[in-house]
Design a protein around this ligand. Structure first.
Ligand code: GAR
Length: 197
């Protein structure tokens, strides 16, 4: 059975959507842990509901860089997951984590990469930039994580229209709805291509 770990920082709706699909049997996987850099975020509550172990690892819990990186790697070593899933994780991963799991870390980003990706483009800022650029369409991208932020190989995208009068929040909600459909399917399909399922 496919083993995944998730990293999240915020509301955790993508994390919840994935664990619900696991619960419904659509995604044959086990979620082994949640790593967060924000011990009070919504994702932590969802993990509690589903009995998933939570590891709060951040610059606050581990002020020394070496301790911080060692704590992250220790979780990876303990569970030996097949895929690491970034679901609204708002911090760049240390290179040592990416090196530990090459082509095994997935991220979801709320724009049609390569547009509106990279440093500074996260969360609502992405949608603000899309509207400021008068784009006609937007939508989520699932991609592999590489050292360059939002530049890894694209696995899947879905387009949604940008509508007259959209605010960043309204557009974000339209994109997020598609994220919830897209992420679990992309995890399933990518795992299959790697022979993991
Ligand atoms: C999602 O829209 C996700 O694509 C985005 O943050 C939101 C998290 O929502 N991620 C990024 O911007 C990463 N660069 P959630 O916490 O409800 O899943």
């Amino acid at each position: 059975m496919l083993k995944i770990g998730v990293m999240a920082s915020g509301g955790g709706s993508n994390f919840k959507a994935i664990i619900e699909r696991i619960g419904e049997g659509d995604l044959e996987a086990q979620c082994k842990f949640l790593i967060t850099n924000n011990g009070t975020c919504g994702a932590v509550s969802h993990a509690g509901e589903y009995g998933i172990p939570v590891y709060h690892i951040s610059g606050k819990t581990h002020p020394e860089r070496a301790d911080y990186e060692a704590a992250l790697l220790e979780v990876l070593d303990r569970y030996d997951v097949d895929l690491l899933i970034l679901a609204g994780y708002m911090k760049a991963l240390p290179p040592c984590m990416i090196a530990r799991m090459p082509d095994r870390i997935l991220n979801i980003h709320p724009s049609l990469l390569p547009k509106f990706g990279g440093k500074g483009f996260w969360g609502i800022h992405v949608h603000e930039a899309v509207l400021a650029a008068h784009e006609k369409e937007s939508g989520p991208t699932v991609h592999l994580v590489s050292e360059e932020i939002d530049k890894g190989r694209i696995l899947a995208q879905v387009k949604v229209p940008v509508l007259e009068g959209d605010t960043p929040e309204v557009l974000a909600a339209r994109v997020l709805e598609q994220e919830h459909n897209l992420y679990w399917k992309t995890i399933r399909d990518y795992a299959a291509t790697l022979g993991l399922s």
